[in-house]
Design a protein around this ligand. Structure first.
Ligand SMILES: [Zn+2]
Length: 73
């Protein structure tokens, strides 16, 4: 598990989680690569987990920001 640092809602540097791994789309069944960044409290926005193949949403979260990409082979 990785971390990044950012200023939190109090203006203090804090560590936030980065998670990454392969995810299977619930719509088209393809496997894509996903990076998730924990959102900073006080600056959270709802983000959609969009499949890079079929562009359908596999859920949304106010806790994570999603960066999805196709797996090249
Ligand atoms: Zn899909």
């Amino acid at each position: 598990m990785d971390f990044y640092t950012a200023y939190n809602e109090n203006g203090d540097l804090a560590k936030f989680e980065i998670d990454e791994g392969k995810v299977k789309c619930g719509h088209c069944g393809k496997i894509y690569y996903q990076e998730r960044y924990e959102q900073v409290p006080g600056f959270r926005e709802v983000d959609d987990d969009i499949c890079p193949y079929c562009h359908e949403s596999n859920g949304r979260s106010g806790d994570w920001e999603f960066f999805n990409r196709k797996i090249e082979d």
